[in-house]
Design a protein around this ligand. Structure first.
Ligand SMILES: [Zn+2]
Length: 472
């Protein structure tokens, strides 16, 4: 436990642990040492001026500032400690990740390679600030961290890759929360040591989820924004509808992310069970080891159709390198239970099979790799004059593993071109693409009421290109 007596009273602030909680909430803030946002690696800067008072109470701008600073620093410190002092934000971000805590009315937040942006909205008489929830803050920081590790994921035209970005962001919220002594004690008590159970840990962004549920009852989980304790089983996202109620799976990134997050929580529960000390110190070690495996897996996994299976296989391979295969059973059971690996795919990853690739996997941590290849999409169906390019998930395979077929055995994925075309079609069906008027035909179906445009059509290298603007 952190020793309060070590902190100077003038440098103590109040903050939330993981979330303010859904109203009516009886949570009380905890005391924390005043965070140093500029600490390295992964320095941050809150654009709003720091308030004169340090602590203060919920409902004040001072409280929101310090609660946000505390959560942002927690996420950056967690990932920074795993990635080492050489890690830096994506070059377009600059040395410091700029954070805007309240950019106006919305129930959302996003990362856009310039910084993080949060909003507020009044719902049923309660004003909800997305930048007050540590879960949301650590989620958005997670997008920025993953962009630093694996920038090619940003523009990959793949529902599964986009969903993985969302899953990594939710996992960033889970693992960052577990760096707090109070959270580990509370979660172990709530779950009786069975971490895969639904708990305050697995329920990501309870307050924001509540606010969205008042406006759109079926678009988020019943008890939070997204619950990592779930039973979603892998399906090829090319075959899924682009939108669905939260109780069902769709190819929308936030929805489909729940398959990987569910498998990860189950794996984390197994990694905790493998610890010698099944107490809060063992849980801290489990969170660090699980984070290291995820980071190693994502650094090495090629960006291909069936991306989840590749990350899973590379995490199993990394476990052989880093922990002598000690967490192999925890990882395999998590990924098989959620269909990310077929049973035969999971068992084919023997020590000998992954050992052959050990050097390539270790080397991937420092090699940021090349941009994905471009493919052309006809704009006609989307009311765009001419064709535009996007980046297809077509890197070279290392492990021939696959997700579970709905019947038996392993799934056969479509090719990278089909995955890209399906992703693009989903974006247009959901109104997520901003297209300048000059490129539109008279038959365009642009939706003025759509939410945040995650993508845009821009002119680059003499032609039109689909480029990502943000992850929300
Ligand atoms: Zn996100």
């Amino acid at each position: 436990m952190a020793d309060l007596h070590e902190w100077k009273l003038s440098e103590v602030i109040r903050a939330w642990e993981d979330d303010p909680g859904a109203p009516p909430t009886y949570r009380t803030p905890i005391l924390r040492p005043q965070p140093d946002l500029q600490a390295l690696p992964l320095a941050l800067r809150i654009a709003d001026l720091p308030p004169s008072q340090s602590g203060d109470q919920p409902g004040t701008v001072e409280f929101r500032y310090w609660a946000a600073a505390d959560a942002l620093r927690r996420a950056a410190d967690f990932w920074g400690s795993l990635l080492g002092d050489d890690i830096s934000w994506h070059p377009s971000v600059g040395d410091e990740l700029t954070v805007t805590l309240d950019a106006g009315e919305d129930l959302n937040a996003y990362y856009d390679r310039a910084g993080l942006t949060f909003f507020h909205q009044s719902v049923s008489g309660i004003t909800v600030y997305s930048g007050e929830s540590p879960d949301v803050l650590c989620h958005e920081t997670g997008h920025a961290v993953l962009d630093a590790i694996r920038p090619q994921l940003w523009d990959a035209a793949s529902a599964e890759v986009a969903a993985f970005h969302e899953s990594f962001a939710d996992i960033s919220a889970l693992l960052s929360a577990l760096q707090l002594d109070q959270m580990r004690v509370a979660v172990l008590a709530e779950t009786n040591g069975h971490l895969a159970r639904s708990s305050r840990l697995s329920r990501v962004a309870e307050q924001l989820g509540w606010a969205i549920r008042q406006i759109s009852p079926t678009s988020v989980d019943r008890d939070c924004l997204r619950n990592a304790a779930n039973h979603f089983f892998y399906r090829d996202p090319v075959m899924l509808p682009p939108d669905a109620p939260a109780a069902e799976l769709s190819s929308a990134p936030h929805s489909f992310s729940r398959v990987f997050t569910g498998a990860f929580l189950r794996a984390l529960a197994g990694i905790f069970r493998a610890q010698q000390n099944r107490d809060e110190s063992g849980l801290k070690q489990a969170s660090i080891d699980a984070g290291r495996l995820l980071e190693a897996g994502v650094a090495a996994a090629p960006i291909v159709p069936g991306y989840y299976a590749q990350v899973a296989a590379h995490m199993i391979a990394a476990d052989h390198e880093m922990f002598g295969g000690g967490y192999g059973r925890a990882l395999r059971s998590g990924f098989v239970r959620h269909g990310i690996l077929s049973p035969s795919g999971a068992t084919a990853l023997t020590a000998a099979a992954v050992g052959e690739h050990a050097l390539g996997i270790v080397g991937a941590r420092t090699d940021r790799g090349e941009a994905l290849e471009r493919v052309l999409i006809s704009g006609e169906a989307y009311g765009i004059a001419g064709e535009f390019s996007c980046r297809a998930p077509a890197q070279g395979l290392r492990f021939g593993v696959a997700g579970a077929s709905p019947a038996i055995g392993s799934l056969a994925y479509g090719d990278a071109q089909r995955v890209a075309a399906s992703f693009v079609e989903d974006l247009f069906r959901q109104g997520r693409v901003s297209v300048p008027e000059e490129h539109l035909t008279a038959e365009a179906t642009m939706d003025a009421e759509a939410g945040i445009h995650t993508h845009q059509i821009i002119r680059a290298d003499g032609g039109l290109t689909l480029a990502r603007r943000a992850f929300d």
